[in-house]
Every structure is written in C-alpha cells, then in structure tokens.
Design a protein around this ligand. Structure first.
Ligand code: ADP
Length: 401
C-alpha cells in the first residue's frame, strides 16, 4: 500500500510517500514559507539526487499542487499517476476529546476537526486546509486524520483536570490534552520490541526532547500522564517555550511591562526557553558551542533543561509505582549524549545506571545505553512519526473496507 503522509503547518507542508509493504520511503518533500515571496521546495526522491527550487505558492492549495507535481514528475517523480497512491494520512494536531484514535475523514469528521480548531488556532486550520486541498487534487483517495492528542486520551480525569472551577472544563473543555502522541506511541511500541516484552506489561517513561519537548508516562501501553497540557506550552523547557511557570507571571508582566495578551503569548511561546534563557539560540548545538567558550547564560540554560526532565521522570516513576525503561527520542534525545547523562545523573536510586561508553556511541540510532546490571533500561529510539501515521492510515482504511 502506498500512503502519502502530510504534515501541513501554517506556512509549510512536509510530505512523505511510503510503500508500507516494502517498508520504504519513496520520496520526501518540504515546502517552506507558503504565502511568502521566498517560498521554497525541497524534494528528495529515494535513491536519486535531491532537487530544490523556489516556487510560487500563495496558499495550501497551490502548495499541494507543487507537492503532487513533484510526485508525478517525469524525471524525478515517484509515481506515474496520483491514482497509484492508496491513501493519505494527515497529521492533525488537535482532536479534542472526540478522537482517541485515527479516523477516516468524512464530512462529519471535518466538522469536529473544525470545532477543535478553537483549541489549536495555530495548527488545526492549516491541517484543515491540507485536507481540503487533497480533496480537490485526489478526490477519490481515502484520507485519514491521525491526531497528536489521540494517544493521550487514556489519561484519567483526575490527571487531566486543572484545579479551576469545574464549569470551565464543562464550558470550554479546558483541560490537559497532551501532544506528540504519535511519537510517544511509536517509541513505546519500539521499546517493547527492543526489550522483547509485551507493551501491556511495561511501565515506560518516553522523553521526546526536540525543539518542542514532552515526557509521557506509558503504563501498560496507555498514556497515563504527559507533560504538555491544554496547549504545548506546559511542561518542560523547550527551544523557545517557557514550559511550566507560575501563571501569576503573566499578570505581573502585563502590568509591569504593559504587555497585551498577544505579546505575552509571543513571549511565552517564541522568546523563552533556551532562546530566552541564553539570549543566543533555541538550538542546543549552538548553546553547547557557546558554553564551551564560557558563555554563562548558555551554560545555565543547559542546566535548567535536564533538571526539569529529571524531575518529570521522578514524578512519573512515582505515578506508575516504578519504571522498567526510560526512552530518549527526537533531536536532543537522539543526538546529545551529554544531555542524556545530565538527565540520568541522580536517578541511580530508581535503578538507572547508564554506561558512558554506550551513551557516547549512540547518536541518531537505536540502542540500549544502560549497563548490563541496571534495573531500569535506558533506550535511545529515533522517532518516526511519518511511519506511525502511515501505519495508522493503512489500519483505518483497511478496517473501513
Ligand atoms: P522538532 O520539534 O522541530 O521536530 P527535532 O526533534 O528535530 O525538533 O529537534 C530539533 C532540536 O534538536 C534542535 O533545535 C537542537 O536543539 C537539537 N539537536 C539536533 N541535533 C543535535 C545534536 N547533534 N546535538 C544536540 N542537539 C541537537
């Protein structure tokens, strides 16, 4: 089965065409800066040279035209006709409380996804535009929505509720949702394979540490708790997001600095985290280079981050009554042995014991970095959200036949 996976952001379209029977990626595409004069497309056909060129794409419709033209291009296309593509899987950020699984997109589903846009105004509208564009270009191809929030719908009520007056939950569905669900689910499944144990028996703590970061407690295969909340702002320190802060800080800054709600939103989401602490960059690689040269704020940012992750791991071990394995994934989790070491230092009381040599040698590939005798396994597992979305798409399309 050929599945086209699309991740439509507000100004970008990431695409991957996968052949699930062969287990191969036929082509990858990245269209950036939709709606801007310097809109650019990069297309990587499998086994052939990458092509990249400026394009004119004023919206997601013209954007998808660029993507589909590349996929069927006589010189570097992956298919002769778009009809060869069996299904399309969309990453949809917010499924609210309605979706605890991937679903076939129908008019009724679209209505609910549109309702959920109120909860994710930055993300869902772009996802919706992508779905509509596909309907125009590939009207007969089944489309599936795979939600970032779905995996976390197993989180029990006493964990997802905020201690606000209950009517705000009833009225606005104000609660914790959690994100990165597709990634947490994928690495949890992989961890069970690596440990050669049924996922249903395991207590896992999955750490998705990228530009956006979150930790999830996965008990018996289900999400029990996760660090992101009503929005992706809650939880860990991130590239440009604050993570947990005292909500009174918003009011304080509005008063002292005369900030508007939009400015506070911008400050917390785009100017904080690694960038705000260091005043330098949101990228850990830049901070490591600066810290090595004595940059004090880069150094402190690199201390704040692992402490917060460690604290979450401790609290989730408590929530699950123990932990069998900790999993590191995404840009930082897969590639930064120092960060993994800093996070694990002090967790020996839980049974964590990483082998420095194995840790150092594991970058961008899967591996168990714990010592032979460690009670808690520490695994590095590269995430693959596209593959997970493609598999979910296949499952949903086949079940609907
Ligand atoms: P996104 O959330 O955008 O998908 P990624 O999972 O790709 O993010 O992670 C991107 C981040 O990973 C970068 O901003 C950088 O901080 C970090 N990163 C990537 N490679 C390395 C590396 N070799 N060493 C340290 N950090 C890295």
């Amino acid at each position: 089965m050929l599945v086209l996976v699309l991740n439509c952001g507000s100004s970008s379209i990431k695409s991957q065409l996968l052949d699930l029977e062969r287990g191969t990626v036929l082509a990858k595409g990245l269209l950036e800066k939709i709606g801007l004069p310097d809109c650019f497309f990069t297309y990587e056909p499998s086994g052939r040279e990458t092509v990249s060129f400026p394009v004119e794409a004023k919206d997601h419709f013209s954007g998808l035209e660029v993507v589909t033209s590349a996929l069927t291009h006589p010189a570097y296309g992956a298919v002769k006709d778009l009809k060869e593509i069996d299904a399309i899987g969309h990453r949809v950020v917010h499924g609210g409380e309605k979706f605890s699984n991937a679903v076939l997109i129908t008019d009724e589903v679209m209505e609910v996804v549109e309702e959920c846009a109120a909860l994710a105004p930055l993300h869902n509208p772009a996802n919706i535009m992508g779905i509509r564009a596909c309907k125009r270009f590939m009207p007969d191809t089944p489309q599936v929505a795979v939600f970032d929030t779905a995996f976390h719908q197993t989180i029990p009520k006493h964990i997802f509720l905020y201690a606000l007056p209950y009517e705000y939950y009833s009225k606005y569905k104000l609660r914790r949702y959690g994100f990165h669900g597709t990634s947490h689910q994928y690495v949890a499944q992989k961890a069970a394979e690596m440990l050669d144990r049924p996922l249903e028996e395991l207590r896992l703590i999955t750490c998705h540490l990228g530009n956006g970061s979150s930790v999830t407690a996965v008990k018996n295969g289900c999400s029990l708790d996760t660090s992101m909340g009503f929005t992706p702002l809650e939880g860990l320190v991130m590239g440009t997001r604050t993570g947990d802060i005292d909500p009174a800080i918003a009011l304080f800054l509005m008063e002292k600095e005369g900030l508007s709600t939009q400015e506070v939103d911008d400050l917390f989401n785009k100017k904080s985290g690694f960038l705000g602490l260091s005043g330098l960059s949101n990228d850990v690689r830049d901070l490591r280079a600066a810290a090595a040269k004595g940059h004090k704020r880069a150094r402190i940012a690199l201390e704040v981050y692992p402490y917060r992750v460690k604290k979450r791991i401790g609290s989730y071990a408590a929530a699950m009554g123990g932990v069998d394995a900790i999993v590191f994934t995404a840009g930082i989790g897969e590639n930064d042995p120092q960060m993994r070491a800093d996070i694990c230092a002090g967790l020996e009381f839980l049974g964590v014991d990483i082998d420095p040599r194995k840790n150092k040698a594991t970058r961008g590939k899967a591996g168990d970095i714990s010592t032979e005798s460690a009670k808690v396994r520490v695994l590095v597992i590269p995430t693959n959200e596209e593959l997970m979305i493609a598999r979910e798409t296949k499952r949903v399309v086949e079940a609907a036949k």
